[in-house]
Design a protein around this ligand. Structure first.
Ligand SMILES: *Cc1c(COP(=O)(O)O)cnc(C)c1O
Length: 369
């Protein structure tokens, strides 16, 4: 896709630096989480950069994502944790992709697929330690009674934190205790997986006891804070945001005070000013409800005015602006020069930076530097 109107510039050196920082902080193997097109940064280039930087595992949600990595020639171990009923399990097993097992139903499907292939499946048992999302809970004791558990290769056991960003929450302690219990219960059945893993970025960064045999790093590897409110900014965590979303102004025009801007006339200009039309909209992942965000151009922030449309939004450049149509502006970036950040855009819609970067759509080409 041509990058004449907009581009997401992804700094792979930032990803490398973030992984190295996490590695030196955690001193355990790093699984680079590259689900959702590497949080919008581009699956294959990011996966390759992560492995070069020292990550030894890749983590994805979907089977398709894992298969795309293998198709690109990536041979590192990969865990896919959202193989739902009906997933292409034979293909996963044939390609040596580790499969998360959250239920007896999925286990039975994996076993059947593996037996048909005459190959042992590599699995990670997922346990629910309190989040009530994926993983075993009600079926746990029944699962432990299965004699065919030895017919698969149990590589790992893992769980996921609900509140890792809140370092002081007792809930984290409860989840760790429950995890230890479940590991022990599995051990009592004669199964002791090589890798126990529990930590996402937030836990990896601030809870030494959660790091165990491997950390699963998503957001921090992209240079974003797991939780701006509880953990501070990227900068305060020494992380380098990897994505910079840029657009070329479609046009600049002067309008009188009191001009209605955008659908629903939700905004009016309060002075004679220059408006810039930015050729990105909610179809590209710019949140329609955003209010306190905008662009950065010529060393200044120009705030969004009126509602975001499907393909465009309007900014107030101010009466003295000299920028012209065709010039590149920054929608969000590292913030180092004063530009808006993914955290600013998230705050503008009461969301989180994860949602801002993952929703940048396929119409926006990713450019690597
Ligand atoms: C997405 C995900 C991660 C990564 O979480 P971050 O907060 O981005 O580090 C880790 N583990 C699981 C199971 C996930 O779904």
């Amino acid at each position: 896709m041509s990058a004449y109107r907009a581009r997401a510039v992804v700094d792979l050196a930032a990803i490398t630096a973030n992984i190295k920082l996490i590695q030196s902080t955690c001193s355990v193997p790093v699984m680079a989480v590259v689900k959702a097109d590497a949080y919008g940064h581009g699956l294959i280039p990011v996966a390759k950069a992560a492995i070069s930087a020292g990550a030894t595992w890749l983590g994805v949600a979907l089977p398709e994502e894992a298969l795309a990595l293998r198709k690109a020639g990536i041979t590192a171990p990969i865990l896919a944790w959202l193989a739902s009923p009906g997933a292409p399990l034979s293909e996963l097993i044939a390609h040596d992709i580790d499969i998360a097992i959250p239920s007896i139903a999925i286990f039975s499907e994996v076993l059947a697929a593996a037996n048909a292939l005459k190959k042992k499946a590599r699995i990670h048992i997922e346990v629910d330690t309190g989040m009530s999302r994926g993983g075993f809970r009600d079926e746990w004791s029944t699962f432990l009674e299965r004699s065919d558990l030895t017919e698969v290769e149990v590589i790992g056991i893992f769980s996921h934190f609900a509140r890792a960003d809140e370092a002081d929450s007792d809930f984290n302690l409860q989840q760790k205790m429950r995890f230890a219990e479940m590991v022990k219960e599995l051990g009592a059945c004669g199964i002791s997986p090589q890798i126990q893993h529990l930590a996402n970025s937030a836990a990896a960064l601030q809870d030494q006891a959660a790091r165990m045999g491997m950390v699963r790093i998503g957001i921090a590897m992209y240079g974003l804070s797991p939780d701006y409110e509880h953990m501070g900014s990227s900068k305060s965590l020494n992380l380098q945001p990897a994505m910079c979303l840029e657009a070329r102004l479609h046009l600049v025009k002067e309008v009188e005070a009191g001009s209605s801007v955008g659908y629903g006339s939700s905004a009016q200009t309060t002075r004679k000013t220059k408006l810039g039309v930015v050729p990105l909209g909610y179809a590209d992942g710019i949140p329609r409800m955003a209010k306190n965000a905008g662009i950065f151009v010529d060393g200044e922030r120009a705030p969004l005015i009126g509602r975001v449309s499907m393909d465009q939004f309007v900014v107030d450049l101010g009466p003295d602006a000299t920028v012209k149509g065709g010039e590149w502006v920054c929608v969000f970036g590292s913030g180092d020069s004063g530009e808006y950040t993914a955290d600013d855009w998230a705050a503008a819609v009461s969301s989180i930076n994860y949602e801002i970067v993952t929703r940048i759509g396929p119409r926006v080409p990713r450019i690597y530097k």
